[in-house]
Design a protein around this ligand. Structure first.
Ligand code: SF4
Length: 281
């Protein structure tokens, strides 16, 4: 299956289980969305949603925020990551919108990126969600991880920008905004960083990671841990001190010190020691 066909199948599968693919950051207008997205950098949406009601009560408009000082903002966002920087960015952003953009939140990605605290991802989220921009396909940690695991992008896509470019090449432009939300929500609740819930996922038939999981050898019964911590199935030898080899995906694997095979099992659990390339971001 090529990446385009895979992407189409994955989006179809995700649409069936995520009927409302939209941001979980609570907001009522572009100003509130921009503030929430700035706050959400390196922080969960849930935590941001806990602080924004009081924040918008104190600073109901962009003008009110522009007239404040970072010290006024800090106490309201102290439970968020990097509160000092974010307080400065929020006030700086509001002042720049007031002074350089006539008080209107800019609508384009390049203009949004001129604002303090607004990087490529934040600008794209605001442009897409608040202004229906068809240029945006923001890549956060969830989109990055899920796109790699499923195999929507190649191993060369080792930065968010490269992932964004590859996804844009295989997805129709009209689907970019929706794909962003589908992949985020899928990554947040199902294809989680530490332990993806493959058994509850609608994507397995199209997922490269899942396919590789299925190819792992089944556990071996009857191994004797008293004879060594590891067992090499290729040369039927027990050993304690393994060597390390890199496999063809660049993953370091435990290997047999005698024959170099990576067909090695943990004698306590009987499970293979093989690891699959993953992106646990
Ligand atoms: S099958 Fe597993 S790894 Fe693949 S997308 Fe679903 S949860 Fe993620």
């Amino acid at each position: 299956m090529n990446r385009k066909a895979r992407a189409r199948a994955v989006l179809e599968a995700l649409r069936r289980v995520i009927p409302r693919p939209e941001t979980e950051l609570r907001h009522e207008n572009p100003y509130q969305l921009l503030v929430a997205v700035i706050l959400s950098a390196q922080c969960t949406d849930e935590r941001v949603n806990r602080v924004t009601p009081a924040f918008f009560e104190a600073f109901p408009t962009l003008e009110a925020l522009a007239a404040a000082e970072p010290e006024d903002v800090y106490p309201l966002i102290r439970s968020i990551s990097y509160p000092n920087n974010k307080a400065k960015h929020l006030v700086g952003m509001a002042r720049m919108v007031r002074d350089a953009f006539g008080g209107e939140i800019p609508r384009t990605i390049p203009a949004l990126q001129r604002l303090p605290g607004v990087g490529r991802k934040t600008a794209q989220v605001v442009a897409s969600v608040a202004f229906d921009s068809e240029e945006a396909l923001p890549v956060d940690t969830h989109v990055f991880r899920v796109a790699h695991r499923i195999g929507l992008v190649t191993d060369e896509a080792d930065t968010p920008l490269k992932v964004e470019r590859q996804l844009k090449r295989i997805l129709p432009r009209k689907d970019w905004g929706e794909a962003h939300h589908l992949l985020i929500l899928h990554g947040r609740y199902t294809c989680t960083a530490r332990r993806p819930k493959c058994e509850a996922c609608p994507v397995p038939p199209h997922c490269r990671y899942y396919e590789r999981l299925q190819k792992l050898p089944p556990p071996l019964d009857g191994l004797d841990p008293g004879r060594g911590a590891f067992f090499c199935k290729t040369c039927a030898r027990y050993f304690d001190a393994p060597v390390r080899h890199e496999d063809r995906y660049g993953v370091e694997q435990i290997a047999c010190p005698a024959c170099g095979s990576m067909n090695v099992f943990d004698t306590k659990t009987g499970r293979t020691t093989k690891r699959i390339k993953d992106y646990r971001v």
